[in-house]
Design a protein around this ligand. Structure first.
Ligand SMILES: *[C@@H]1O[C@H](CO)[C@@H](O)[C@H](O)[C@H]1NC(C)=O
Ligand SMILES: *[C@@H]1O[C@H](CO)[C@@H](O)[C@H](O)[C@H]1NC(C)=O
Ligand SMILES: *[C@@H]1O[C@H](CO)[C@@H](O)[C@H](O)[C@H]1NC(C)=O
Ligand SMILES: *[C@@H]1O[C@H](CO)[C@@H](O)[C@H](O)[C@H]1NC(C)=O
Length: 480
């Protein structure tokens, strides 16, 4: 993010900005204009959704994934202004699977009592979220990988996550343990994969779920949710236990990738480890990182890129199988992440939880029937829009309680909407609680990391405005 300190001086602390003036018109009119492709080639389409964990746009991670480029970016449309609305796993995932903002799900944290799988269940969402709705609409649903935080080897069956034809979930406390994962497949006991590389285990599971989905000869929605490139965490017990110990380390790659990218470093953008503090609130007290710290964070960065290589290979094999099955013409393939990531920007240690661009602007790439190839659009979209978008693609009538709006993903949809002119131009960003680094330095928690913010992108303006719980305010002109 480029920061305009001048803008922040003019309109910052105590200033009032008429943000409502930027809100875009009327969404209802638009939906009637959009064609609802409930069948493609006379058949109901499938969706394969790849959801990585903590993958950035602004640290250039996608540029190190040649198969994602070849199969998805070159063959599909990339939404360069796609945002998560809460920059941390569980609230963001619940928003994604319900189409509701976190202030409406009341799932505002990763852990109980305010978040995690137990909170998802007590809020009533296990009977009322995307996979359940898809099944009601006649879809088979498959999932492998991480669903939510605090979905554990002890609570996965009380109750079972509803809505899946077959699932093979990664479970806590092994979710982020790259070399000792535990998965649990429908109808079986949890199984440990000690010593195996988690993404390779997940890849085989994804391929076998794809085979299962195709052989059922029903339209399907398959989610593949790798834990890469999240930090490695060795947990002893889950957060529900009396004294859990969480040991954070850099992401771990497969052995075949461990020597790649030896000279690569975090991009040294203008906001990287700046000489003066930047941001607001607790960020203003961060010390500039010394060389030892910067070097280690560069190592952490390389480990992220290395860990993503197995995901990239998974995508390559997936596309090959989709082609072999002869279903490419009927299948949307979507790639995204739950939230973004920062390393060193504003002097921050590796982590997320901030409202700044690195943490909220995330990959969203789609290829499929009618979707333009090798295309990018800068219409403003968010994770709140994904459930409505899936409904739209599959021809399911929109729910009244959706907070988001279907994204026009096809070439004709984008044309009819005349892209940026007709759509909403803002994203509501919100966060509750604390922020913490995930590297080995600066591990103290930053309390009072609670803010509401708005990201606005339109013709002639490109702004981020936030109000913190201590009443500090920031306004940035993102073009400066
Ligand atoms: C994608 O578009 C860019 C620029 O528009 C072009 O240079 C590139 O060759 C295209 N790639 C493919 C695979 O078509
Ligand atoms: C949200 O959840 C918290 C924690 O369980 C609870 O105290 C609060 O009353 C809930 N708020 C609403 C509006 O349901
Ligand atoms: C791997 O996880 C299993 C439980 O699934 C546990 O029994 C075992 O001790 C773990 N191994 C290591 C090396 O941590
Ligand atoms: C560099 O910074 C880290 C984190 O604050 C600190 O632990 C370490 O001692 C520092 N090293 C040097 C050589 O100053």
């Amino acid at each position: 993010m480029r920061i305009s300190r001048i803008a922040s001086l003019i309109l910052g602390f105590g200033g009032s900005v008429g943000v409502h003036a930027f809100f875009a018109p009327d969404q209802e009119v638009l939906s009637s204009l959009r064609p609802g492709p409930d069948t493609v080639n006379g058949r109901r389409p499938n969706i394969i959704f790849i959801l990585t964990d903590d993958q950035d746009v602004h640290l250039d991670s996608l540029e190190w994934m040649p198969h994602v480029k070849k199969h998805l970016l070159d063959q599909g449309t990339s939404f360069t202004k796609h945002y998560c609305t809460t920059a941390v796993c569980c609230p963001s995932r619940v928003t994604l699977w319900t189409g509701k903002a976190a202030h409406n799900t009341n799932i505002t944290d990763v852990n109980p009592p305010y978040g995690g799988y137990p909170k998802f269940v007590t809020q009533g969402f296990n009977e009322n979220y995307l996979p359940v709705w898809l099944q009601q609409a006649g879809y088979n649903t498959y999932y492998t990988g991480k669903l939510f935080n605090v979905h554990t080897v002890d609570n996965y069956n009380s109750p079972y996550a509803a809505g899946f034809t077959t699932s093979d979930f990664l479970l806590d406390p092994f979710t982020y343990n790259y070399l000792n994962s535990t998965f649990r497949r429908t109808g079986e006991e949890p199984q440990s994969y000690e010593g195996e590389y988690v993404t390779d285990v997940l890849t085989q599971k994804a391929y076998s779920l794809l085979d299962e989905a195709v052989s059922a000869e029903e339209p399907f929605f398959l989610t593949i949710a790798p834990s890469a490139p999240h930090a490695d965490i060795q947990m002893s017990g889950s957060i529900l236990d009396p004294d859990p110990v969480f040991l954070y380390g850099a992401p771990v790659s497969a052995m075949r990738h461990e020597h790649l990218f030896e000279d690569v470093k975090v991009p040294r953008t203008k906001n990287f480890n700046p000489d003066e503090p930047s941001g607001a609130n607790w960020l203003l007290h961060l010390e500039q990182q010394n060389q030892t710290n910067v070097d280690w964070n560069d190592h952490f960065y390389r480990q992220r890129l290395r860990a993503l290589q197995a995901v990239d290979e998974m995508v390559d094999g997936l596309i090959e199988r989709v082609n072999q099955h002869g279903i490419m013409e009927d299948t949307y393939i979507i790639y995204s992440s739950d939230n973004g990531f920062h390393i060193g920007q504003h002097r921050l240690q590796p982590g997320k939880s901030c409202g700044y661009e690195e943490d909220i602007n995330i990959p969203f790439i789609i290829r499929g029937p009618g979707v333009a190839a090798n295309h990018t659009t800068d219409i403003v979209t968010s994770h709140t829009d994904l459930a409505p978008t899936f409904f739209d693609l599959l021809g399911i009538p929109q729910r009244e309680d959706f907070d988001g709006t279907a994204i026009p993903v096809t070439r004709s949809g984008l044309d009819i909407e005349s892209a940026s002119e007709r759509r909403r131009e803002h994203v509501n960003v919100e966060y509750w609680g604390f922020a913490g680094g995930e590297g080995i330095y600066g591990r103290e928690l930053h309390e009072h990391n609670t803010y509401k913010a708005i990201r606005i992108v339109g013709s002639g303006y490109n702004l981020y405005y936030s109000i913190w719980c201590n009443n500090e305010r920031e306004l940035y002109d993102m073009d400066v």
